[in-house]
Design a protein around this ligand. Structure first.
Ligand SMILES: NC(=O)c1ccc[n+]([C@@H]2O[C@H](COP(=O)([O-])OP(=O)(O)OC[C@H]3O[C@@H](n4cnc5c(N)ncnc54)[C@H](OP(=O)(O)O)[C@@H]3O)[C@@H](O)[C@H]2O)c1
Length: 297
């Protein structure tokens, strides 16, 4: 299982030429797993990727392509749709934009309160039988929502894509501070980290370098002085960038973790992808967590 997935959300910011150079660079560097969603760049990220596949004559069987649907943005109005009709229509549109016959992985982007698990099961079965999707998963689902879906699905839920970083770690703190009066101990995901591990659901981590939700990158950010000081120390010790140490912190949690990178910059990607080369000690892992401002009771 590749542990680093090349996230495509920001690809539409690049010209075709720069995007193709970046994508070819990731392939040449040994990375073969790409994450899309129908809403990224309003479809332009998938279209750009599809043009790259065609122009470079990429061997489809050598790469893993995944996409997601379920978040709708129409005329500035946002809502969620996990209905069968929407999923089937959306996957067809995704495949057209990507210039592909199938997706390796398809994920529901966000839980829709109005979803019906039997209907989703029907949609997934159609996609599987038509050979349009090989593997299925979800994104931003809590334990109860996955459990609800699993009861109807004839196939396993193989992935759950969720936000986690050193500066955004409620999923970790709810375990560490369980059964305390601390707000960080409030269980917001219903123990999704341990649930996924116990049920062999791979966690795909998004925004590994962000604080808040798309609020900014914490590397060298003045609000994260202690964290950056210790990241700097470890970066010197291991001979890798701070970003690589921050990603290594996520990969260390367990073997079930994949990290989605967001950079479209070759230099940043090459630095960050060295995360796989280092193995933080247990003490370093907890010191980074504490340096990010979390408590250890
Ligand atoms: N399932 C979901 O709900 C969901 C939500 C959001 C994202 N995602 C997925 O997760 C992927 C990653 O999300 P993200 O883009 O927020 O991740 P990220 O890796 O935390 O952030 C990437 C951003 O940080 C910047 N950056 C600044 N310094 C950097 C450095 N030293 N190294 C690397 N990046 C640096 C990048 O700019 P440069 O390009 O200039 O390096 C880029 O703008 C997305 O592409 C998407 O596939 C999923």
């Amino acid at each position: 299982m590749p542990r680093i997935i090349v996230g495509q959300m920001r690809l539409s910011n690049l010209s075709d030429r720069d995007a193709f150079n970046f994508l070819s660079y990731t392939r040449e560097s040994g990375f073969n797993h790409y994450d899309h969603a129908d809403i990224y760049g309003d479809g332009e990220c998938e279209r750009k990727f599809g043009r790259w596949l065609a122009s470079e004559h990429i061997d489809r069987s050598k790469i893993i392509i995944q996409s997601k649907c379920g978040i709708c943005l129409k005329n500035g109005i946002k809502y969620y749709d996990n209905s069968k009709e929407y999923i089937l229509k959306s996957v067809d549109q995704i495949l057209t934009r990507l210039n592909c016959e199938y997706l390796d992985n398809f994920l529901i982007h966000r839980p829709d309160t109005l979803m019906n698990a039997d209907e989703i099961a029907e949609a997934f079965s159609v996609l599987k039988n038509q050979n349009k999707v090989k593997h299925f998963g979800v994104s931003n689902f809590n334990t109860a929502q996955i459990h609800y879906l699993k009861k109807s699905l004839p196939m396993p839920v193989e992935f759950n894509q969720v936000q986690l970083s050193l500066a955004f770690a409620p999923m970790i703190s709810e375990g560490i501070e369980a059964n305390t009066y601390s707000n960080n101990g409030i269980d917001r995901s219903l123990g999704v980290l341990d649930y996924c591990r116990a049920n062999n659901i791979t966690m795909q981590i998004w925004s590994p370098l962000q604080f808040g939700t798309f609020a900014g990158n914490f590397i060298d950010h003045p609000n994260y002085g202690n964290l950056n000081a210790f990241l700097g120390e470890l970066s010197s010790k291991y001979g890798v960038s701070k970003s690589a140490v921050a990603v290594a912190w996520i990969l260390k949690i367990n073997q079930n973790m994949q990290v989605l990178t967001g950079t479209c910059n070759q230099q940043h990607f090459s630095e960050l992808s060295r995360a796989e080369e280092i193995n933080l000690t247990r003490e370093e892992w907890y010191r980074l967590y504490a340096a990010a401002g979390y408590s250890l009771p």
